[in-house]
Design a protein. Structure first.
Length: 155
């Protein structure tokens, strides 16, 4: 009976230690949303003289993909509401649209960060979005850099 009790205690200690180790293990974090917002992206305000993306027209409606969905994702990440109809286009549009809740969220985003509240995704707004959401550049292994330098100097 005494040996059985000790065996149970040891088993419980092992289980608890295993659970603690499992809980404390490093977890791979979900990648944070990222998008390379840049100045002169066109979001439908038609004020950009030389936009990066001219958009794609489908039946007379111009879509800015991937810019508008990325903008909406960033705004939702900031806690602003975007109507699901605008993110999907509903059954009317072929993709995401810059509708009234997206514009309201842009106003709120600009206010939150002390930007001029225009409701237009202008360059200062894009700069702030870029500061918050630019995708990290992959690290180049040191061996690749050394190899490239060695190869170049050998010529």
């Amino acid at each position: 009976s005494h040996a059985l009790r000790n065996t149970i205690i040891v088993a419980l200690v092992v289980i608890i230690a295993g659970a603690a180790a499992w809980y404390a293990r490093p977890r791979s974090e979900q990648p944070k949303f990222c998008f390379d917002f840049a100045e002169n992206m066109q979001f439908g305000d038609h004020t950009v003289v030389h936009p990066i993306n001219q958009g794609t027209s489908v039946h007379g409606v111009t879509y800015y993909i991937p810019e508008v969905p990325a903008l909406q994702t960033a705004l939702k990440d900031q806690g602003f509401y975007i109507d699901p109809y605008e993110t999907t286009g509903g059954k009317v549009y072929a993709g995401s649209i810059l509708g009234p809740t997206t514009h309201s969220a842009v106003f709120a985003f600009q206010k939150k960060y002390g930007l001029k509240q225009t409701g237009i995704v202008d360059n200062p707004t894009l700069d702030k979005l870029a500061a918050l959401y630019t995708c990290p550049t992959p690290a180049v292994p040191a061996s690749a850099t050394t190899t490239a330098a060695t190869t170049t100097s050998a010529k």
